[in-house]
Design a protein around this ligand. Structure first.
Ligand code: CTP
Length: 398
């Protein structure tokens, strides 16, 4: 929670500015107070009225506003917060920050502040990858500025690549990790994530549709609550979170042996979509259709990592959480899976194609524990992760 934390939110001019309205709402729900500062360019994308209504505070816009200066001078404004957040941080704002310019209210506040600064870049792909932005980014990082994103994806300008602003839930997690309580400080938690790839030959493999988004979000949320996270990931689509120990693996057998060496831990969250089978004897040369014809692949069962860890005599983590990907009879299948695997909790989800969950942004889960099945409403994967991380913190505190 962010009760009584004060955030100075500088809103720059970018199409992503609309997302900060959601961010303000969520910050206030968590008890934070938000003082908005809107740049001239920002005003082209969100109105002062909507920002002020959601923040429940006046919006600061001008450096030379006599009334504002009489009420609270800009130096005081820059230092009155626990954290300064810049979202969206445009290429222009980043350049001003890196160069130490102070020619409007936002840049002046950023130069005058003695408070930690978190920036959320958002810009066109070429602007982000331009060497000038690269230099500014390196300078800002060296100055101690923290970054959230940008993400890679389709952009409003029609291009694709890095530059898209991080989602409100990701920004919230970063703010939490900076300002929130740390109930998991001193706890070591293992998270597996992503798919595994099982080779057929040096160029081909068997995979599944897991993007790694849910496991990544869980790791990020646990780290935000202060946990030391060991993140064991197969080849996922999404980048691993910051601030965790990342161990990359390819096959189920790689994952099993890395998990073994990561023990003991206080809790293990097994979100990986581990391949159940591997090709018995993967070829060490490329299979040629001219020479080998249609291959008849034989399969062997992979080690069940969750089941093995749940049944360890020594080193069984005090809390073991599995995931269940089901396409039918979700509660019944997941409940029997919990017993079969021997884990404490199962986070079950319906991954039928119609739900759009596998590879998508949202999840609708049912948490199965000793107390039965608890259905959570459909929500972004980041929020599922935050809710689960809180539950894990509560369980480890008992
Ligand atoms: N799991 C694992 N090792 C495996 C297979 C699965 O650790 N070889 C873990 C997953 O990370 C997940 C849980 O087991 O936490 C359930 O995975 P799921 O694919 O839903 O179950 P399966 O074991 O494949 O069972 P079934 O084929 O009956 O669905």
């Amino acid at each position: 929670m962010l009760a009584s934390k004060k955030i100075l939110l500088i809103v720059g001019g970018g199409i992503a500015a609309y997302k900060v309205l959601e961010l303000v709402r969520r910050l206030r729900e968590r008890g934070a107070s938000v003082t908005p500062v809107l740049t001239r360019a920002g005003e082209e994308f969100v109105t002062p009225l909507s920002l002020s209504a959601l923040a429940g505070q006046k919006v600061y816009r001008d450096l030379f506003d006599l009334t504002d200066e009489a009420e609270m001078g800009h130096i005081q404004l820059s230092r009155s917060a626990d954290l300064v957040v810049v979202a969206p941080a445009t290429a222009d704002l980043m350049a001003k920050m890196a160069g130490g310019l102070a020619n409007d209210l936002a840049s002046t506040l950023l130069l005058a502040t003695d408070t930690p600064v978190l920036i959320v870049p958002a810009m066109n792909v070429r602007m982000w990858t331009h060497p000038a932005t690269g230099r500014n980014r390196a300078q800002l990082a060296a100055d101690g500025v923290r970054f959230v994103g940008p993400n890679e994806g389709d952009m409003a300008c029609g291009e694709y690549g890095p530059g898209r602003m991080a989602e409100p839930a990701e920004i919230l997690a970063a703010i939490d990790s900076q300002l929130g309580d740390k109930p998991l400080a001193g706890k070591r938690i293992l998270v597996t994530s992503g798919p595994t790839h099982e080779p057929i030959d040096p160029v081909r493999y068997i995979a599944n549709r897991s993007s790694g988004a849910q496991g990544t979000a869980v790791a990020r949320a646990l780290a935000a609550l202060g946990a030391d996270v060991v993140f064991v990931t197969g080849p996922a689509d999404v980048p691993p979170p910051e601030g965790v120990e990342v161990i990359r693996v390819e096959t189920a057998r790689n994952m099993a042996s890395v998990v073994q060496t990561a023990l003991p831990v206080d809790a293990g969250v097994f979100a990986a979509a581990v391949a159940d089978w591997r090709v018995t004897s993967a070829s060490d040369r490329k299979l040629k259709k001219t020479r080998d014809g249609v291959p008849a692949l034989e399969f062997a069962e992979n080690p069940d990592i969750l089941k093995t860890v749940s049944h360890l005599e020594e080193d069984r983590p005090p809390l073991v959480v599995g995931f269940a990907a089901e396409t039918e009879d979700v509660v019944a299948n997941a409940t029997s899976k919990r017993t079969r695997k021997g884990c404490d909790w199962i986070v079950a989800n319906d991954v039928s194609p119609a739900t759009g969950i596998m590879g998508g942004q949202e999840n609708a889960v049912i948490l199965i524990t000793d107390d039965g099945a608890e259905e959570w409403p459909r929500m972004p994967k980041e929020l599922v992760a935050q809710k689960l991380a809180r539950r894990i913190a509560d369980a480890l505190a008992d």
